[in-house]
Design a protein around this ligand. Structure first.
Ligand SMILES: C[S@@+](CC[C@H](N)C(=O)[O-])C[C@H]1O[C@@H](n2cnc3c(N)ncnc32)[C@H](O)[C@@H]1O
Length: 210
C-alpha cells in the first residue's frame, strides 16, 4: 500500500527559499566517516532525499557512482545545475515508490536529513524504500538528527529520534547494526546532536517485506 506522503510541500519550500537545511556544502560528517572507514564509501551509492546534491557530489568526487533521489522536482533541477561536471545522476522519485530501475541497484545508501524530514508514521516505509534500493548485503550509512532541539509544543520537521529508536528501526527491518557513534564534526550548531549509524541489509522481517 502506498503510504500517505506527509503534508510538507517540499517543492514549494525550494521555490520560496525556505530551506534552512541546505548549507550548500556536504556535511562534514562524510569526511569523518571516510577517515574512520576508508573502504566504506564506494561502489554504487544512492542518496535518498538528496536535496540540491551537496553530499551526492562529494561522494561522486571520491569515486562513488552516485544517484541522488528526491521527491521535489526543483531540488533535482538545482542538483543537476550545480553538478557542472555531471559527477552524479539525479532522479526525481519518491523513496516510497521507487522506479524499477532503482530497485536492488546499490551497494550503499547515504542518509542525511531525509529520515528526520519525514513524519514518524513514515519511518517504516522509509526503511523499506532503502531496503528495496540496496542490493542484498548492501549497507546503509547515515548521519541521523537525534535532537533537533524543538521548543516545547513545537513539532517537526525535523523530527528527532532516540538512539534506541534508531537502532530498533533498522533491526526491525532485518538490518544488522554494525556501529553507531556521535560524530565529532557537523554543520555549525549540530555537533553533538547527530548520530552516525552503519547497518547491513539482511533478511526482511514481516513489517518491511517487499
Ligand atoms: C530536510 S531536506 C534534506 C535535503 C538534503 N539531504 C540536504 O541535507 O540538503 C529533506 C529532503 O527530502 C526530500 N523528500 C521528502 N520526502 C521524500 C520522499 N518520499 N522521497 C524522496 N525524497 C523525499 C525533500 O524533497 C527534501 O529535499
Amino acid at each position: 500500500m502506498k503510504p500517505e506522503i506527509a503534508s510538507t510541500n517540499w517543492n514549494e519550500l525550494y521555490e520560496t527559499g525556505a530551506t534552512p537545511w541546505d548549507k550548500g556544502l556536504p556535511t562534514p560528517v562524510l569526511a569523518e566517516v571516510q577517515q574512520r572507514h576508508p573502504d566504506l564509501l564506494k561502489g554504487d551509492v544512492v542518496v535518498p532525499g538528496c536535496g540540491t546534491g551537496s553530499d551526492a557530489r562529494w561522494l561522486a568526487a571520491q569515486g562513488c557512482q552516485v544517484t541522488g533521489v528526491d521527491l521535489a522536482p526543483l531540488a533535482i533541477e538545482r542538483a543537476q545545475k550545480l553538478d557542472e561536471a555531471q559527477l552524479a545522476q539525479y532522479v526525481q522519485a519518491s523513496l516510497f515508490e521507487l522506479p524499477a530501475s532503482l530497485i536492488e541497484q546499490f551497494d550503499l545508501a547515504w542518509e542525511h536529513t531525509c529520515l528526520c524530514a519525514l513524519d514518524p508514521s513514515l519511518r517504516t516505509p522509509y526503511v523499506k524504500g532503502i531496503r528495496d534500493a540496496l542490493k542484498p548485503g548492501g549497507t546503509v550509512v547515515g548521519v541521523f538528527f537525534i535532537d533537533p532541539e524543538m521548543d516545547p509544543g513545537e513539532t517537526g520537521p525535523p523530527f528527532g529520534i532516540t538512539p534506541e529508536e534508531l537502532t530498533g528501526l533498522w533491526e526491525e527491518a532485518g538490518f544488522t547494526v554494525q556501529e553507531s557513534w556521535v560524530p565529532e564534526t557537523g554543520y555549525p550548531g549540530r555537533v553533538g546532536r547527530e548520530r552516525v549509524l552503519i547497518a547491513v541489509k539482511g533478511e526482511a522481517k514481516s513489517a518491511v517485506k517487499s
